[in-house]
Each structure stands twice: as structure tokens, then as C-alpha cells.
Design a protein around this ligand. Structure first.
Ligand SMILES: *Cc1c(COP(=O)(O)O)cnc(C)c1O
Length: 220
């Protein structure tokens, strides 16, 4: 199947209130161009250098999302152009992004990553860490950060029930955080969950941004 056919298939499962992030990491420029010509405009990358190279060479109306684990010393390379950083997994990282954003006179859109999986290797705030951090309120001083929502990755498992439970837990947390801290804001709207194997489950649980790689571009 071609990239264009894959996109057509996937699109049939994505309602209009959910946005598709085409995860193009490790895939060549030609593949991105094919998806672009099929109408896609949001692309996700997980390595800073690769993202910067692709940004330089590819059409300027692409919305680039950073979906990986971001190191503080590399923030400055992506702040000038990135449209959303999905995986902000620590207070320190959020504060460093704010510093770079001030230098660039930019507002940077971020999602806070929540650790919903059973694997220890995955990153993110625990539910209690997140609620504690938000209730202290220091995030409001980060004037160049816009917290647009939450992001999470389910456990790598064949157990659909387990995955569904994790997504529905994240949706519950999202609603709670929205009500408690962002009730008057109109930008805390995004819930990034779901990948190739589980995006339909994620949409059923309230995802607004699905990050789909291999089902579009194949394995790399
Ligand atoms: C690679 C990656 C994806 C895409 O995964 P697929 O299974 O290829 O769809 C989604 N989210 C993150 C954070 C990733 O690193």
C-alpha cells in the first residue's frame, strides 16, 4: 500500500474534531512530500536534529510537532518554528522552554506528558505530581508557555482492555485538570493519545490528537 492509500484508510477512522499527526521520524523527505500532497499538514518528529533538517528543506506551511523526549540543551533549536511540543515531562523542561521562548519572543504551545503506562521506561508526570505542580500555581509565571493539554502513551501490550483503561484514565484526568485549572482558558483543549496500533481506541476515549507513524509510512 502506498502512503497515500494508507492515509485514505486512516482518515476514514478519524472524526473531524480529531487531528492527525503524521509521525515521520526516520522517514525520508520524499515520504513526507507524498503525505503532504495527500493533504496532510501536521508532522511529528522525535529527534531535534532530524526535525531541524526537515523543517529547513520542506514546505513552510507544515505544522511541526515535537513528540520525543526533549533535552534541555536542544530546546533552542526548535523553539523558533515548532508549533506544539507534546512530551513535556518535567517542570525543569517546562521552565527551560519558557526561557528560550522569551529569548525568541515566542509563545510555545506545550502538552504535559502523563505517565499512564505500566513500563517504568516511559516518561511523564504521575497524576499526583501533575496535580500538585498545577495547584502550586508557579506555571502561571511562565508567560511564554501555553499549556494546551495533556499527552500520554499506553502500555505496549496486546491487552486492549488495559490500553482502554489507561486512555480513559487520562481523559478523566484531563477533564479534572481542565475544570480545576483552565476553566476560563480557551486553549486547554488537546488530549494527545493514540498511535498506529491504538488510535481508534484512543479516539473512542476522547483523544483530540493521534500520533500515527508506521501505519502511514511503514516500518523503518
Ligand atoms: C514513534 C512515535 C509514535 C508513532 O508510533 P507508531 O506506532 O509508528 O504509529 C507516536 N508517538 C510517539 C511519542 C512516538 O515516539
Amino acid at each position: 500500500m502506498s502512503i497515500t492509500q494508507n492515509i485514505t484508510n486512516i482518515r476514514t477512522h478519524i472524526p473531524s474534531n480529531v487531528r492527525l499527526v503524521c509521525v515521520s521520524k526516520f522517514h525520508p523527505h520524499e515520504s513526507i512530500i507524498e503525505a503532504y500532497q495527500a493533504g496532510e499538514r501536521i508532522f511529528g518528529e522525535s529527534k531535534v536534529q532530524e526535525l531541524c533538517e526537515k523543517y529547513e528543506s520542506l514546505p513552510k506551511d507544515i505544522d511541526w510537532h515535537f513528540i520525543g523526549h526533549l533535552q534541555t540543551n536542544k530546546i533552542r533549536f526548535i523553539v523558533p518554528f515548532v508549533s506544539l511540543i507534546h512530551g513535556v515531562d518535567s517542570v525543569k523542561l517546562l521552565e527551560e522552554i519558557n526561557k528560550q521562548a522569551i529569548k525568541e519572543a515566542k509563545i510555545v504551545n506545550c502538552l504535559l506528558q502523563v505517565h499512564i503506562a505500566q513500563e517504568e521506561t516511559k516518561f511523564g508526570f504521575s497524576e499526583s505530581e501533575l496535580l500538585e505542580y498545577l495547584s502550586i500555581g508557579k506555571w502561571k509565571d511562565l508567560e511564554n508557555i501555553r499549556i494546551c493539554g495533556l499527552m500520554g502513551m499506553a502500555t505496549f501490550t496486546d491487552n486492549r482492555e488495559q490500553i482502554q483503561k489507561e486512555f480513559s484514565g487520562l481523559k478523566t484526568l484531563f477533564d479534572k485538570v481542565k475544570l480545576s485549572f483552565f476553566d476560563t482558558s480557551n486553549y486547554f483543549t488537546e488530549l494527545s493519545m493514540g498511535m498506529s496500533d491504538d488510535f481508534r481506541l484512543a479516539i473512542a476515549q476522547g483523544s483530540t490528537l493521534v500520533r500515527v507513524g508506521s501505519s502511514i509510512f511503514g516500518q523503518r
